[in-house]
Design a protein around this ligand. Structure first.
Ligand SMILES: NC(=O)c1ccc[n+]([C@@H]2O[C@H](COP(=O)([O-])OP(=O)(O)OC[C@H]3O[C@@H](n4cnc5c(N)ncnc54)[C@H](OP(=O)(O)O)[C@@H]3O)[C@@H](O)[C@H]2O)c1
Length: 324
């Protein structure tokens, strides 16, 4: 049995905890919030054995083997490093750090303490996305030359100090949802030769629309993230022979369609639960095998993804107050 702790029982932690129940040999051992009542309510709802009113108590819990960090982005580095310095394995929500420097510090803490660390980029473990990667790598659509991916929802009605709109919490669309299209281009095409990017900004100073073009020698990726409108949130891959579309919302794909000439095939590949179960299973396998990183989403992958996001931010001029 692998004994999990959850730190920061907010919006995403609830979905994670409901999927944790679906994974064999996974036990929710403890949950920690800055507010004990909140931790106790969460523990009751998701059958955690212990509830704490401080994060430190979770780090000190001798039973807990792996901690899922689910706070706003700006807290990921400090809390993950603390957890690893207490000998805990860590699965930390995306983005692993706010910038590449933070991600490198986290990777160094994993190596120093000989513990597992992975970014919770759950789409990497999604069955349909894995299958599409296999098809594209096998040349089923010919040579991939065009990738389109977006992620947008209407988010500007939220409180100005909320996670999405507050620059002090590393808000904006890019790190929250733009990370998915950037990840997809990186997964399928690797690091681009050059990047074009442009943004629109909200009154709090965070960017709320970012368009990106990744240029490769023989391919281009058009990527978009936004908080100003609801969009279809689809991904398309096309090559010399055919194309594949992952329909809305592609980052949590339940299947895809592939068209080769006149032949259109629709394939259903549903997730188990919401889809966090697949990344949880990967973490458990790695821990059982004494690995410090996953082969599917390595430390270098997280560093390179953060470097891409840093490059985009340099182009659109996004520096968070705590980075100045
Ligand atoms: N994989 C996905 O699909 C997905 C989806 C959404 C979000 N995420 C990621 O998950 C992380 C959390 O997102 P969320 O939407 O769950 O956030 P959230 O509900 O706003 O916050 C999560 C928890 O963080 C804790 N926290 C610690 N310091 C905080 C601070 N200064 N301000 C506010 N909360 C603070 C709070 O827990 P306590 O007060 O109880 O300690 C809060 O409940 C983000 O990094 C995001 O990128 C991933």
């Amino acid at each position: 049995m692998i004994k999990w702790g959850i730190l920061g029982p907010g919006n995403i932690a609830k979905k994670f905890a409901s999927d944790l129940r679906l994974v064999p040999n996974a036990l929710l051992s403890a949950v920690a919030s800055r507010d004990l009542d909140k931790a106790e309510n969460f523990a009751r709802e998701y059958s955690a054995e212990r509830a704490y009113g401080s994060y430190q108590e979770l780090f000190d819990d001798k039973e807990v083997q792996v901690i899922y960090i689910a706070t706003p982005h700006n807290k990921h580095v400090d809390l993950s490093v603390k957890a690893m310095n207490h000998g805990k394995h860590v699965l930390c929500e995306k983005p692993l750090g706010v910038n590449a420097k933070e991600v490198k510090a986290m990777v160094a803490a994993s190596k120093k303490n000989n513990v597992f660390l992975m970014e919770g980029l759950w789409s990497r473990f999604n069955p349909a996305i894995k299958k599409v990667k296999q098809l594209v790598d096998n040349g089923e659509i010919g040579k991939l030359s065009y990738l389109y991916a977006n992620f947008a929802f209407y988010g500007t009605e939220r409180e100005k100090d909320s996670r999405l709109l507050n620059p002090d919490l590393a808000g904006g669309s890019l790190l929250d949802i733009g990370i998915y299209p950037v990840f997809l281009a990186y997964l399928f095409l690797g690091k681009p030769q050059s990047i074009l990017a442009t943004s629109n900004f909200y009154e709090t100073g965070v960017e709320v629309q970012t368009s990106m073009i990744f240029k490769y020698e023989n391919a281009q990726a058009m990527l978009y993230s936004g908080l100003t409108s609801n969009s279809q949130t689809i991904a398309e891959f096309s090559g010399s022979v055919g194309s594949i579309v992952i329909p809305e919302r592609w980052h949590a794909a339940q299947g895809y369609t592939m068209q080769i000439e006149e032949n259109l095939e629709t394939v259903s590949l549903p997730t188990k639960g919401i889809g966090f179960s697949h990344e949880i299973e990967e973490v458990q396998h790695c821990i059982i095998d004494n690995k410090m990183e996953s082969n599917l989403w390595t430390h270098v992958n997280s560093i390179e993804l953060a470097e891409l996001l840093d490059s985009i931010r340099a182009k659109i001029g996004v520096v968070f107050p705590f980075e100045e």
